[in-house]
Design a protein around this ligand. Structure first.
Ligand SMILES: C[S@@+](CC[C@H](N)C(=O)[O-])C[C@H]1O[C@@H](n2cnc3c(N)ncnc32)[C@H](O)[C@@H]1O
Ligand code: SF4
Length: 450
């Protein structure tokens, strides 16, 4: 019976059907409207996480789907000052946070500015978790010591692969170092921070199964205690850039690659979301899983507060101007329908592998189960999740589907970013093929980090 179900359900046909269905749903999910730039109303429950976007990078990788620009010292210094002013606005309005996530771009491009900003966040909110993204090149003793002193609890290093050929294709080899150099740098950081995360990307166009297995084995030898294994995600603009440098990914290999990751990491690591794996005994998950509500500050950041999605301007100069006028960076927002809000909660919780019944009842009441009975039944009938007295637990089939759904969701976010970045292309100093035509889809979904 199990084999029959597997022969029907665990197939590329079902994958592509699920992806199409989910893309369709996500497209219909959001229509962004103009928003006033004031601080949003306080949510009923604490916002939990503050996301801070630092959009500067030394090189602009061809596969990258985030809002990032070429790093310039003077612009970055002004930007950090504006960021701190925006953070103070939320503090004055009464927001509280328990964790902060610095994402990018590359937050460590200006270490002193970053540390000053961390100090401010700690002083204002007394956060206990501080997560910072970086690249292998910035793992320098001076930067690491400054981050340690600042109280960083999670350092996340973008590695993508240890395979030199793939690093060259990703245009990272020259700037961020070879696989061997990255291995040495990461080994030297092990133990310095409570959580050391490594970002790797699977299903790269020229990645073989052997190369993926080698990446997994190398990761396991480094002493890092977490890995975020992202499927290569695209958008029309990212594809245009990627096609010349790297080629395009073959979605039919996703299932085999994903199961290889889950199986090879199993035992020593436990999944803490559908694409994040943490060494047994450690506990930091990605922020999105823990909190429905979050605030995003900086240019090109999303916030989600009590069912409303907000997005800040992608123009760095407009961002500075708005902050100087005493506004936030928010320029667009969308109030989700009740069903979409519940579906969003379902997606986010299941992505974290476990949906706690009590917390759902506290947050949404019984209507959550009344409205989403079809989705919940489907999950059980298809053998993606099991239910017990505590709630819903995702199994390996469910993890794979959630990984697919989350990547479809991120691709919608990427489409939105493409469209917004096209409006400010004069500021981005990128070749023409890096910008989507103005007037592309403005519909998207939230989420700041991968
Ligand atoms: C915003 S980057 C920050 C890390 C840092 N800038 C670096 O690249 O070393 C966070 C992570 O997003 C992931 N990422 C970026 N673009 C992606 C894409 N198109 N598909 C999958 N993952 C992607 C990469 O793994 C990257 O390390
Ligand atoms: S992957 Fe990292 S370094 Fe490369 S462009 Fe994206 S944010 Fe910048």
């Amino acid at each position: 019976m199990a084999t029959f179900a597997s022969a029907v359900l665990d197939t590329p046909l079902i994958d592509s059907y699920l992806l199409k269905l989910f893309r369709f749903r996500t497209r219909a999910f959001l229509h962004m409207d103009e928003a006033p730039g004031s601080v949003p109303p306080l949510p009923k429950e604490s916002a939990g996480c503050l996301y801070i976007h630092i959009p500067f990078c030394e090189v602009l990788c061809p596969f990258c789907s985030f809002h990032r620009v070429q790093h310039r010292h003077s612009q970055a210094t002004r930007y950090f000052a504006a960021l701190r002013d925006e953070i103070r606005l939320y503090h004055t309005a009464g927001f509280t946070f328990t964790s902060v996530y610095f994402g990018g771009g590359t937050p460590t491009v200006e270490p002193e500015e970053l540390v000053t900003t961390i100090d401010l966040v700690r002083e204002l909110f007394g956060v206990s978790e501080i997560s910072v993204e970086t690249n292998p090149k910035d793992l320098r003793p001076d930067v690491l010591a400054a981050l340690q002193r600042a109280g960083v609890t999670r350092l996340s290093v973008g590695v993508q692969s240890f395979d030199d050929q793939l690093l060259r294709e990703m245009e990272r080899y020259d700037k961020y170092g070879s696989g061997a150099e990255t291995i040495e740098r990461i080994k030297s950081v092990a133990g310095m921070f409570p959580t050391l995360n490594v970002d790797l990307i699977f299903n790269q166009p020229h990645q073989t199964l052997a190369s993926l297995e080698r990446d997994i084995a190398i990761f396991q030898s480094l002493g890092a205690n977490q890995v975020s294994f992202y499927p290569l995600m695209t958008s029309p603009t990212v594809e245009r850039r990627m096609v010349g440098a790297m080629g395009l990914p073959d979605q039919r290999r996703l299932r085999q690659f994903y199961h290889t990751i889950v199986q090879r990491l199993g035992g020593e690591f436990r999944p803490s979301s559908a694409w994040c794996f943490t060494r047994r005994g450690h506990g930091t998950d990605e922020y999105i899983v823990a909190a429905d509500n979050y605030v995003g500050v900086g240019s090109g950041a999303f916030s989600y507060l009590d069912g409303t999605l907000y997005c800040t301007t992608f123009s760095l100069s407009a961002y500075e101007q708005r902050i100087a006028q005493g506004l936030t960076g928010i320029t667009t927002c969308h109030r989700l329908s009740e069903t979409d809000r519940l579906r969003y909660t379902l997606l986010v919780r299941l992505f974290g592998l476990f949906m706690d019944r009590k917390s759902i009842l506290r947050q949404h009441g019984r209507r959550f189960f009344r409205k989403l009975w079809g989705e919940l039944l489907t999950l059980r009938v298809l053998g993606a999740a099991r239910r017990d007295a505590r709630g819903w637990h995702l199994n390996e089939r469910g993890m794979y589907w959630l990984m697919l759904m989350m990547s479809a969701f991120f691709e919608s976010v990427n489409n939105y970013r493409d469209a917004m970045r096209a409006h400010v292309k004069n500021e981005l100093h990128e070749p023409a093929e890096m910008c989507a035509p103005v007037g592309g889809s403005l519909r998207a979904a939230p989420v700041n980090v991968g």
